[in-house]
Write a protein that binds this ligand. Structure first.
Ligand code: GLU
Length: 476
């Protein structure tokens, strides 16, 4: 274990966090936690055009909802702050000046049109566009109003990536690039290098979109005479068909939405970690503690992982079933129907006990449990749409319900006694369970499906059950 492991999550505040972003954060968090290291949140807010108001707060809320706590970051100042890049502009300027002094950065004199022209020319001559082939011969002094460009020294590189393995590039991947824009803000390409160094980051864990730029970064690290952290490049999350990067239309939704729908944080972490990682066995379910001990960054697959929402649903059911009743109750608090107001904790816990085995996410609690709190209007379609009931004459259905009512009325209403009485009724009436019990279920719940019938009746209690059967009888 090393205390010097420091990882960071460095989002740009440009919108919500989808599973891909959370996965990068999670992997960085796991590496920090499993090494007793630190996890830093750095807000990379240097692209004012792409910034979306409220995203920083949204990102922090997402991390908080998933219990991905950070040791340093906005609102949690540490020794290397500030942790918002927009508050570090002086630092970047200082570092940029060092590069100018050493002849490794210059004012870019070109307008957008001129640059486009260069690009056009390269296209026509079928050569890759390289800015360094258009360096001004006598650049003007940088006064902060022009973009400042890094002056590269092209060369071949080979380096190691914790996930992608040993990588190589040729000098054509190294070019001059903007480090400070004309609005005074640094580019990502420059700012992250300075910040990772000053914040003593040991591992850069980030998405695949930055991989092609690593040779440029290596050149800049050399020019600044600093060592680079270890690199770990996380491959894309792919759409369910595995053919393209996951996008909004494939369901890359805001992870906070999943939390609101009642996916448990431990499910989301388990699911997201499993996008491209396993421990080398068939094991699929991991607790957060297990993830911390078992996760290995160099075991993450190089190829993209497919996003499968059905698997997420399955996993959530699994984690929900693993909760003890008190824990499940604590998590259910915000998901009960309004009509549940005033009902006791004990009543709600009894309901949870019977729905836990079929619960897939917490926001289902509202629809699954409404009938425990509200007498609903009798819906005749429930019978006319039921294949086993629709051809039975009303009179017979009515008789069955009258008998059910009588037998329940005589019951002591323990779960055991309800079970005995209704099973006896089955024999007495010579009916199939699918007929008799569906009919009773419809009468007492006004829905075609419900948790196990005897338990449902037990929870509802005698008075409510009989009242509802009576109501159904009156409309038959
Ligand atoms: N600010 C970059 C982004 O949001 C982060 C890249 C990194 O992790 O270094 O894409």
């Amino acid at each position: 274990m090393s205390k010097n492991i420091r990882t960071r999550f460095a989002p740009s505040p440009t919108g919500y966090m989808h599973v891909g972003g959370v996965r990068t954060a999670l992997f960085a968090w796991l590496v920090a936690r499993q090494n007793n290291g630190s996890f830093v949140l750095r807000i990379e807010d240097t692209d004012k055009e792409r910034e979306v108001e409220g995203s920083e707060k949204h990102i922090i809320n997402t991390l908080r909802s998933l219990n991905l706590d950070y040791d340093e970051g906005p609102g949690k100042e540490g020794p290397y702050g500030p942790y918002r890049q927009s508050q570090r502009l002086d630092i970047y300027r200082e570092w940029a000046k060092r590069l100018i002094k050493e002849g490794r950065a210059y004012a870019d004199p070109y307008s957008v049109e001129e640059l486009n022209n260069f690009r056009e020319q390269s296209k026509i001559s079928k050569k890759p566009f390289l800015f360094r082939e258009h360096r001004p011969t006598r650049p003007t002094e940088w006064d902060g109003t022009q973009p400042l460009r890094f002056l590269s020294e092209p060369k071949d590189y080979s380096w190691h990536d914790e996930i992608m393995g040993d990588l190589k590039s040729t000098s054509s991947s190294v070019d001059d690039f903007i480090i400070i824009k004309s609005d005074g803000y640094p580019t990502y390409n420059f700012a992250h290098i300075v910040d990772d160094y000053l914040m003593k980051i040991s591992h850069i864990i980030r998405g695949q979109e930055f991989l092609a730029s690593v040779p440029k970064y290596l050149n800049l690290y050399e020019a600044l005479a600093i060592d680079h952290p270890k690199f770990a490049t996380v491959p894309f999350v792919l759409a369910p068909d595995g053919k393209r990067k996951l996008s909004k239309r494939d369901g890359a939704k805001d992870v906070l939405e999943y939390i609101k729908e009642g996916y448990l944080p431990e499910t989301l972490l388990n699911f997201i970690a499993s996008l491209g990682w396993n421990d080398g066995t068939e094991k699929e379910i991991f607790t957060v503690d297990e993830l911390i001990t078992k996760f290995k960054i160099n075991q993450v697959q190089k190829s993209g992982a497919r996003f499968d929402e059905r698997r997420l649903l399955w996993m959530n059911g699994y984690h929900l079933r693993s909760l003890n009743l008190d824990d499940l109750y604590a998590r259910s608090i915000n998901y009960w129907p309004q009509s549940s107001h005033g009902y006791s904790e004990e009543y709600k816990k009894n309901i949870l006990k019977v729905i836990q085995e079929r619960l897939k996410y917490l926001s289902e609690i509202d629809s699954l449990t409404k009938f425990f709190f509200e007498d609903r209007k009798v819906d005749n379609h429930l019978i006319t749409n039921d294949n086993k009931l629709k051809d039975i004459p009303s009179e017979s259905l009515k008789n069955l319900l009258i008998q059910a009512k009588e037998c329940l009325d005589q019951s002591t209403f323990t779960l055991e006694d309800i079970t005995i009485k209704l099973n006896d009724l089955l024999i007495q009436t010579d009916q199939k369970p699918a007929v008799l019990f569906s009919l009773i279920r419809i009468a007492v719940t006004q829905s075609a499906s419900s948790p196990r019938l005897f338990e449902t009746i037990f929870i509802l209690g005698k008075e409510r059950t009989i009242r509802r059967i009576d109501k159904q009888i009156s409309v038959l």
